[in-house]
Design a protein around this ligand. Structure first.
Ligand code: NAI
Ligand code: MG
Length: 501
């Protein structure tokens, strides 16, 4: 260790990478963006009864991409009615193997058109094409494949119990993984025999609307999936609608709390996947280069717009200097810029509001006395950008160590013993995910049993698979998505169909 430390102190942090990458932009001509989108209700795109539209812009250029319908109360009502009718007349009566065929078709269509979806996702949301192409799209297709597999095997999933669908699911999703979150919500709902009304986030509606086109093309019975675009008011109308049997929400803890109050006492089922302030814990025996990659992936991946982002890094004191040196060096080589460039590591911040939130919290970090480090990199002139940032000298009481930033900002703290790491890591109102880096298997097990987090990664971070359940503790929400556990929120085991009518 002392050798490593000496080495570290001789090495000055390298300046920006000594090489330049030639731009390698992905062509945009594969996507066709309509100037205006209606609502997807009953299998058709319809004009909103509200008569209102809003704009979706590209956060990397601030250019307007399209006008999108804003669903009002009457529109949400029409969508819920279409979903109810499709459920009663068609979907709940289909055998599981028939439902599965539709889900397989959607999955295959996502694979066939994955480049188109990936480019559109990066244009509308600002995430690097490398991620939308290699993470969002393959995982979205995998979710439909995975739940298609369960559709005709529910009796085996829950032996000795009769599983029945609930009815209409009202699903509200955020902007950080727009298509993937749609897949997480729709695939299990449909596999279990429910119909759905989905509300995408207002800054990233376009891939959900392209999914609506795919849904038309695979001939899913009209009304099984309805997509209503709009902002918070549209979401509020959906979750409060008496025709909705199950509410699934992913987004901020603040809105999650509002929804929980609205749903209380109505008999609606509810799952909430909310914020996080994940601890990434690096012990002194960890493979440090690997840990650096994991830490970087944990917080700078998708601009830190990840509910399970490893935003708090706890480093064992004896390797702190060395790890910090390596991290700073790695930050210098991150490529920030055009999301459509295949070299880009860190894309655009999703919206001006989110950028302002990040700036405010980073400002508070400086004000409260933490020390900031940002690599030198040239940011594009237009669009919403934030440099990958790390803070040292952070104390547990600083806002940057307590509040969800949802941006590429890492707070580094240190610890001496496993007990101290555990105590600090659990000292948060959230509990979505955590990471442990150590060579000792026994220590991984010891930590995972004690960390209050829904997912704990060991010697890796931000890995997802449709077969493993995901969800939180405490203010990170409740209920699980993914895996066998992800079926349960969409099923009723005790009472007959249409239990509340
Ligand atoms: P948000 O919670 O307001 O938005 C998420 C979704 O909920 C959007 O579709 C939005 O239109 C909808 N919504 C808003 N108000 C609603 C209401 N009263 N009833 C029903 N639906 C409603 O999150 P926002 O404002 O976009 O981001 C704020 C912060 O929330 C972020 O900075 C981040 O810290 C956190 N966040 C966490 C996410 C996660 O994956 N857990 C995702 C997005 C944001
Ligand atoms: Mg947008």
């Amino acid at each position: 260790m002392t050798d490593q430390l000496e080495q570290a102190t001789d090495q000055k942090p390298r300046r920006a990478a000594p090489w330049e990458y030639a731009p390698a932009p992905e062509a945009k001509d594969i996507v066709t963006i309509r100037p205006r989108y209606g609502l997807f209700i009953g299998g058709r795109f319809v004009e909103p009864r509200s008569g209102r539209y809003f704009e979706t812009v590209s956060p990397s250029t601030e250019q307007r991409l399209a006008q999108v319908a804003e669903a009002g109360k009457e529109d949400v009502d029409a969508a819920v009615k279409a979903a109810r009718q499709a459920w009663e007349e068609r979907w709940r009566n289909l055998p599981g193997r028939e439902r599965a065929k539709y889900l397989y078709r959607i999955a295959r269509a996502l694979q066939d058109r994955s480049r188109e979806f990936a480019v559109l996702e990066s244009m509308d949301g600002g995430k690097p094409i490398k991620e939308s192409r290699d993470v969002d799209l393959p995982l979205a297709a995998a979710h439909f494949f995975y739940y298609a597999g369960w559709a005709d095997k529910l009796d085996y999933a829950f032996p000795g119990r009769v599983a029945r669908p609930l009815g209409v699911a009202g699903q509200v999703i955020p902007w950080n993984f727009p298509l993937l979150m749609a897949a997480w919500k729709l695939a299990p709902a449909l596999a279990c025999g429910n119909t759905a009304v989905l509300k995408p986030a207002e800054t990233t509606p376009l891939t959900a609307l392209l999914l609506a086109q795919v849904i038309q093309e695979v001939d899913l019975p009209p009304g099984v999936v309805n997509i209503v675009t709009g902002a918070g008011e549209t979401g509020a109308a959906l979750v409060a609608h008496p025709g909705v049997d199950k509410v699934a929400f992913t987004g901020s803890t603040e809105v999650g709390k509002v929804i929980r109050r609205v749903v209380a006492g109505t008999g609606k089922r509810l799952t909430l996947e909310l914020g996080g302030k994940a601890a990434n814990i690096v012990f002194d025996d960890a493979p440090l280069d690997q840990a650096v990659e994991g830490v970087v992936n944990g917080i700078y991946f998708n601009q830190g717009h990840v509910c399970c982002a490893g935003s708090r890094l706890f480093v064992q004191e004896s390797v702190f200097e060395l790890l910090l040196e390596k991290l700073k060096e790695r930050l210098q080589t991150l490529r920030v810029g055009d999301p459509l460039d295949k070299n880009t590591d860190v894309g655009a911040i999703n919206s001006r509001e989110q950028l302002e939130k990040i700036e405010e919290l980073v400002g508070s970090g400086i004000e409260e006395g933490a020390e900031i480090y940002q690599p030198e990199c040239v940011l594009p002139e237009r669009g919403f950008w934030f440099r990958p940032t790390l803070f040292t000298g952070v104390s547990q009481s600083h806002r940057i160590a307590r509040e969800e930033i949802f941006g590429p900002v890492l707070s580094i703290l240190t610890f001496r013993t496993p007990d101290e790491a555990l105590e600090k890591a659990n000292n948060t109102p959230y509990g979505l995910s955590a990471g442990v880096w150590t060579e000792k298997g026994s220590r991984i097990l010891w930590m995972t049993q004690r960390l209050r987090a829904g997912v704990v990664w060991a010697n890796t971070f931000n890995r997802f698979d449709p077969s493993s359940p995901f969800g939180g503790y405490k203010e990170s929400g409740f209920g699980r998505e993914g895996g066998l556990h992800g079926l349960e929120p969409y099923l009723d085991f005790d009472r007959a169909n249409g239990r509340r009518r």
